[in-house]
Design a protein around this ligand. Sequence first.
Ligand code: COA
Ligand code: ZN
Length: 326
Amino acid sequence: MLKGSTMKTDIDVVVCEVGLRDGLQSIAQFFPTAEKIAWIQAEAAAGVPAIEVTSFVPATLIPQFADAQEVVMAARAVAGLRVDALVPNLKGAERAMALGVNSLDFVMSVSRTHNLKNVRREREESIEEFKRIVSMVRQLPPQQRPRLTPGLGTALGCSYEGAIAVDEVVKCAVALAEAGADEIMICDTVGYADPVLVKKVFTAVRSAVGSLPLGAHFHDTRGLGLANVTAALDCGVRRFDASLAGLGGCQFAPGATGNIVMDDLCFLLDAMGLRTGVDLDKLVSVRPMIARNLPDVPLYGGLARSGLPRNYVPAAQRAALTNLIF
Ligand code: COA
Ligand code: ZN
């Protein structure tokens, strides 16, 4: 499959649903495979262009992803959908590539402590592992290569180390860029970011990696998620991760929430005149699929609670009107 060939062109910002991976990885209760697939199909039908559908980690570590193969196969059958998967190492990348995943979301952390706890490696070892993945990908003809979209976790703060030096983020980003990343995700894994810090980090990384696309992955742990999105937009970021209904959170951290809410993110972007390709009403109507499978997990979101403003005109229609008038 051609890199990015599945992506639509009439959108301004690419949103990627990560609830099936980031949201579900902290939930012990198994989300039935058929329901995961129905969720993917419904969200794609609502216009979401990219979904991180699973994680290629050892099933002994996270049993929630024991069905990775089945989920990817079903997702790949959805026309026009970019199928992403998290891969923590070469073995995960091999498994994902064998199934034709479109984007390999390699994960490493800027925080040394978190990287050791999460993937049991020094950061330098993670970079070496990423290089091995790049070599493997480059054995394929260019049109068959998956996108290499590594993410830098804890780039805006770490619950073990606290503040993370901007220089460290830049160093890791440059190493990934030089190794062959197609795009780098900057991730606020534990929701420590604020808009000023976002601008500082994204500006510094941008000036170090040139025109390489950067994406943002925010958690709404302290309620600043969408404020951070607007700061990243100001820095030129045009790809955001989010999870429907803000799925995620941690049952061992009272008050913690998951990723930014996909439905609210899409509304924010749309309201600002940025087309996402997503039908907001259809997107909100997917939420009950989560509720019926995880009745005890709290769901978040202002759009679902309050609905669209009266006489709301979606960005795509406003753009068409503007074109007519001028
Ligand atoms: N998929 C399936 N099996 C894998 C695997 C993968 N991606 N990576 C390793 N394994 C298997 C190995 O083959 C080995 O199996 P064996 O005991 O039968 O020989 C076993 O797992 C241990 O392999 P090893 O390379 O020693 O891994 P590890 O125990 O050091 O764990 C990671 C390293 C990276 C696999 C693990 O820490 C991990 O998956 N971390 C990601 C955690 C995560 O998802 N965090 C949230 C996302 S940010
Ligand atoms: Zn996350």
